[in-house]
Design a protein around this ligand. Sequence first.
Ligand code: ATP
Ligand code: MG
Length: 299
Amino acid sequence: MSKKSVNLFRAVESPYLVGNDGGFRIAGQPTTPPDNFALSKKAARRELQTCIEQLRDQQRKLYAHNKWALLLVFQAMDAAGKDGTIRHVMSGINPAGCQVFSFKQPSSQELDHDFLWRTSRNLPERGRIGIFNRSHYEEVLVVRVHPEYLGAQNLPRTPDLDTLWSERYDSIRHHEKHLARNGTAILKFWLNISREEQRQRFLSRLNEPEKNWKFSSSDVRERGYWDDYMVAYEDAINATTKPWAPWYAIPADNKHYMRMTVARIVLATLESLNLSYPEVDGDRRGRFDEMRKLLENEQ
Ligand code: ATP
Ligand code: MG
């Protein structure tokens, strides 16, 4: 048998797909739509709506087909719009077939386990879509920016930090490959907001009373570590983008463009799985006539 991965899910093409040649540089990544993006806000919304309807059909098939699960991972700096994107893109989906999990500071129970434990327990079942709002990647992002968090993890070994992060990348790569081999298609979205746009969004959280509740001074504190986060993102994305578990770096300064782009990638991915409703075999279908008669004669 060829060494080429058999039956592994493969990333769909997109200008935002991060290749696995190690050459991903955040400095060169757009945070705004391309210059030729001519869709008005209204047209972008309409396009999103069309995608959402097609997503709904694909999700029904995913459920009936019952061989694949889809995992969508969202990572971003604060105020990039993870919540809104998840809400919009999934708005047409049957809630029974889709679950969103948000990962915040780990609990003491979670800290008592290895770092992949808490996300592993919330992976989507076959036929379902699982969404991670933050994820196991926090362990090589926020924890890398604040290595003092490692203290609470009670690790038995203390390799130097570079070794620790590269071991974690290795664990993540193996974990995700294992999932891909066993029927979980994983898409990872990094919503790439510019530093200036984040500043504007924080300011409107402060200035507009109905947005006040979203404001958190710890977000402003984290913003102070912007450059450290970018280094952590760049390394983590380079180390873990694979054809079977791709990263997409989505421009996030324009919310309409971002949502539409994410929806298109999710849709194209589901289409690439060639999902179909299960065929009913000849024997069972043969008995349909009998059942039909039984039901029709009931009254
Ligand atoms: P929102 O602000 O939209 O409600 P959020 O995801 O930013 O959503 P918060 O409660 O504001 O939620 O923040 C959660 C915080 O938990 C983030 O700063 C995140 O980096 C942090 N966090 C997540 N996972 C870990 C982890 N494994 N270790 C330490 N901190 C983590
Ligand atoms: Mg927050």
